[in-house]
Every structure is written in C-alpha cells, then in structure tokens.
Design a protein around this ligand. Structure first.
Ligand SMILES: [Zn+2]
Length: 132
C-alpha cells in the first residue's frame, strides 16, 4: 500500500488551464465517460495539479472508464485520475473506489461546468478543491 500513510488533511489545488482541458475533454467524450491521469506534486497533504496525461489503452463507455495500470510508466508526478460521470452524479461509485489510483480522484459530472468538479480521497471522502 504505497499511499497509505497516517491521516493528514488533504487539499487539492487545480490550475485553471488544467480545469479547462478537463472540462473540454469530458464534453468531447460525452455521453461516454472520459478518463485522464493527473500530473502534479504533493506536499504535506496539499496536492497541486498542473498537468494531464491521456492514459494508454483507455476504455470508456456510458457508465465506466478505465485503463490497465500495468501499462503506466512508473512516474511519481502522477497524483491521481479524473473521470467524468455523464449521469450527473459527482459521487464515486464502489467501482471507482476499488480502482482508486494515486492520492486523489476527481470526478466531473455532466454538464461539465466549473462547478461540476469534485475531489475525493480513497475512502470516498470529499477533499476541498480550489482553482488557482
Ligand atoms: Zn465513476
């Protein structure tokens, strides 16, 4: 369990340009889910996201999105993933929590506006998110 550490308060900061890229990617993928890898850094619970990577061999449909983790290069700048919920729910599903990757999981719900993005930790607790 690489990321299991003692409990610390998390906070996510997302660069404005990255948010815009996420929102347009999810709109493009609609009505299927879109999935992207979040790049950034983590320091004392603060996760700063400043880039995106399209996962290799990703597969998506209306109610699922994923990618084989075994194809990912080992990269410490991968802090989590973001995926969309075309159904309009911002909450992580049981499957989402089982497939949790990295430190934080962002979910964008339809219709993919600035207020439709939420951050979650691996326990399904909401993490405060700010746009910088
Ligand atoms: Zn999901």
């Amino acid at each position: 369990m690489l990321f299991k550490k003692k409990k610390i308060e998390r906070h996510v900061s997302l660069h404005r340009t990255v948010l815009d890229s996420i929102l347009s990617y999810c709109q493009m993928k609609h009505p299927n889910e879109g999935i992207l890898i979040l790049k950034g850094k983590s320091k004392q619970g603060l996760v700063t996201i400043d880039g995106l990577v399209i996962p290799p061999f990703n597969y998506t449909g209306p109610t699922f999105a994923g990618f084989p983790h075994s194809f990912l290069p080992f990269d410490l700048s991968y802090v989590g993933i973001v995926h969309s919920h075309p159904s309009g729910s911002a909450h992580p599903s049981v499957t989402d929590l089982h497939n949790f990757f990295g430190l934080v999981s962002l979910i964008v719900k339809s219709p993919y506006s600035d207020n439709d993005i939420f951050a979650w930790d691996s326990n399904g607790n909401e993490v405060p998110l700010s746009i910088i």
